[in-house]
Design a protein around this ligand. Structure first.
Ligand code: GLV
Ligand code: GLV
Length: 329
């Protein structure tokens, strides 16, 4: 009998095709997030689940999926999954690192440019028929070339983001839990403490995973340390920024602007955020290119199939669960 696999939402077809070669695949036909109750019903009796960052995989869901070997998350971040609970149950969790690095770094740049050069405001102005003549003071923004870039989180994405700064002749400062020689070799970046980075950077971009230690990494105190002309970019996870404090800082001119692809309470925005002209907001689309989404989906499918075959999947975040299963045999 074929393995039974559930896919929580339509995903790029090449991944479904890969799974269908070896498994009985059911895909949620509706392009929406399943409720917790629906998820609990749907995972029952499956050998593997292909899930998304919008699926909250907690102990209840894991218990409902009794017998499942794997939850393959189509995302690099896996803060939506209770990994410890999965490990305790011998369920493998996989993610999709690497394949979305450049797309996400590109998006951070897109947001930086959009905010610094007021692209969205200017576009709205054109469409509203307000453009009467070239103006010496029309839509003045922030110069990017030659400025100081502050990168918080020197992993794959932070490194790719900083590497792209070379073309703009920038000084790169970075901060992380520890210095990263690879980051320095690729970007020429200099390790500084977080407060120094916030005080000196013209642009601060966040590339950390969401962890208890990165929750509200940027709050009122940090925003006050930043330059009044600074721009904050967040393509990581919403709760890394205290969004209420950010709205306040943007309103009061503590910082100059922000570009956000993620929100503290997705899909909601903090009250007041949508009314501000100095922010550019996007619906969590940093990895949303055809190439990248296909690569993410097929990577998740490969991880899922490997787990079903009894192998340690290439991108497993809790290999302990695998060894636990081996011992139990
Ligand atoms: C997207 O946010 C991801 O974690 O892949
Ligand atoms: C995630 O892919 C990171 O290491 O930045």
């Amino acid at each position: 009998t074929k393995w039974k696999v559930y896919v929580t939402r339509p995903v790029p077809q090449p991944a479904i095709d890969m799974l269908a070669e070896h498994c009985e695949v059911e895909v949620n036909p509706e392009d929406r997030v399943l409720s917790h109750e629906e998820l609990i019903e749907k995972v029952k009796g499956r050998d593997g689940i292909f899930c998304l960052l919008t699926d909250i995989i907690d102990a209840e869901v894991l218990d409902a999926a009794k017998g499942a070997k794997v939850f393959a998350n189509m995302a690099v971040g896996f803060n939506n999954i209770d990994v410890q609970a999965a490990t305790e149950r011998g369920i493998l969790i996989t993610n999709t690192p690497g394949v979305l690095t450049e797309a996400t770094a590109d998006m951070a740049w897109a947001l930086l440019f959009a905010v610094a050069r007021r692209i969205v405001e200017a576009d709205k102005y054109m469409r509203a028929g307000k453009y009467k003549a070239w103006g010496p003071l029309l839509f003045l923004g922030q110069e990017i070339t030659g400025k100081t870039l502050g990168v918080i989180g020197a992993g794959r994405i932070g490194t790719a983001f900083a590497r792209k700064a070379k073309g703009f002749n920038m000084r790169v400062l970075y901060n992380d839990v520890e210095p990263n020689p690879q980051f320095e070799a690729e970007t020429g970046g200099v390790f500084v403490d977080k407060d120094t980075l916030l005080r000196e950077a013209d642009f601060v971009s966040l590339h950390v995973p969401l962890l208890p230690s990165t929750y509200h990494l940027i709050g009122e105190r940090e925003l006050k340390l930043m330059k009044k002309t600074a721009i904050l970019i967040n393509t990581s996870r919403g709760p890394v920024v205290d969004e209420k404090a950010l709205v306040q800082a943007l309103k009061e001119g503590e910082i100059w602007g922000a570009g956000l692809d993620v929100f503290e309470n997705e899909p909601e925005m903090a009250p007041g955020l949508a009314e501000l002209d100095n922010v550019v907001v996007c619906p969590h689309i940093a990895s949303a290119t055809w190439d990248t989404r296909i690569a993410m989906a097929t990577m998740a499918a490969r991880n899922l199939l490997a787990a079903l075959r009894g192998e340690l999947p290439p991108q497993c975040v809790n290999p302990e669960a695998y060894y636990k299963r081996q011992e139990a045999k």
